[in-house]
Design a protein around this ligand. Structure first.
Ligand SMILES: [Zn+2]
Length: 339
């Protein structure tokens, strides 16, 4: 592969032959047997929030001005504090979920933290919207080796999901949902310096979040929160965005998929495609394994993925707004999960 490292979001044929074959066959069978999306869902009446795409894009720019936001750095902490303050102003109950890892290159301790903004924290039945907020240490999809060492800003990969969560935080009070809602920022999604596991592991924050949830669910002495469904944002702000159906999401959280694509269809959201995208290994996998049915909204055809040009100029207020409308439309549904 030369300098080009194998991305964790492996290419489709490789994953199909290596690990994904059985899963994909199951997903394919599911879709062969399931009615087409237009018939799969009873009538829904989503009420999307008036998402302000310009304001969301302003958050994206504000985040990018901090610079690279690699896990364990001061810039990463600065961003987390900025979002925490924003969530508080929007009326959310905010807490951090700290954890520690070892730096894959230096062996030094790295302090990380997820950030959780809770709307109606007293409600035990909850929905979760999440995104990673750390950025990759290097733009290692750069073909030109001279550009490999340039700063990676992660406007779409890292910035867009956080910006959208910040915009959605403005609208929660107006959403008539019977559920509590958690907005969660994951740290340590990609403190990774290559595809060798010794050079870093993926999904550290989401794994901690999911494990903590699973252990609380098994503790019968406590009032137990139950997550009914979740949506992960990853690259939801690119220009000319296309969000295809991600196969792991289809297989692991089929009901949430049908709900969200049903809302997208009703809202005529043009960037949501019925086509299958590539299988993506992402923060939604630990969530689903912990019993939180979670889909990944991801534009994996974004041409600047893990490249130096993943900057605000290649992102779009309209893309952020459209995803925000679909997601708040989904939040507004009176019931989630199996019907
Ligand atoms: Zn990435």
């Amino acid at each position: 592969m030369g300098r080009r490292l194998i991305p964790y979001r492996q290419n489709w044929p490789m994953l199909f032959t290596m690990v994904g074959g059985a899963a994909m066959m199951a997903a394919g069978l599911f879709f062969l047997m399931a009615p087409p999306p237009s018939e799969a869902q009873p009538a829904m009446h989503p009420t999307p929030a008036p998402i302000d795409g310009r304001r969301a894009f302003g958050y994206l720019e504000q985040i990018c001005k901090i610079g690279p936001r690699v896990a364990g750095t001061e810039a990463n902490t600065q961003q987390r504090r900025m979002v925490a303050e924003h969530f508080r102003k929007c009326g959310l109950t905010v807490r951090e979920q700290p954890f520690v890892t070892v730096h894959p290159l230096t062996g030094h301790r790295v302090d990380m933290a997820n950030l959780i903004g809770a709307w109606h924290p007293e409600r035990l039945h909850r929905l979760v919207l999440c995104a990673h907020y750390d950025t990759r240490p290097h733009a290692d999809e750069e073909i030109n080796p001279d550009r490999l060492g340039l700063p990676f800003i992660g406007a779409n990969d890292g910035g867009s999901g956080v910006a959208l969560l910040m915009e959605i935080a403005h609208h929660l009070d107006a959403i008539a949902s019977p559920y509590g809602i958690d907005l969660v920022l994951f740290d340590g999604e990609e403190l990774v310096y290559g595809n060798n596991p010794r050079r870093g592991e993926y999904f550290l924050g989401s794994t901690i979040f999911a494990r903590t949830y699973a252990s609380q669910r098994s503790d019968r002495s406590r009032a137990r929160v139950q997550y009914v469904g979740g949506i992960l944002f990853d690259m939801v702000g690119g220009k000319e965005m296309v969000i295809k159906r991600e196969p792991n999401s289809v297989e692991m959280a089929p009901t949430i998929m049908r709900e969200v694509w049903g809302v997208a269809r009703q809202l005529k959201a043009r960037s949501f495609s019925n086509a299958f995208g590539r299988e993506v290994l992402d923060d939604h996998l630990p969530m689903n394994r912990a019993g939180i049915p979670t889909i990944d909204l991801i534009d994996f055809d974004y041409p600047h993925w893990h490249k130096v040009d993943d900057i605000p100029e290649n992102c779009s207020a309209e893309s952020l707004a459209e995803v925000g409308q679909v997601v708040t439309g989904w939040l507004s549904l009176p019931k989630h999960g199996p019907r």
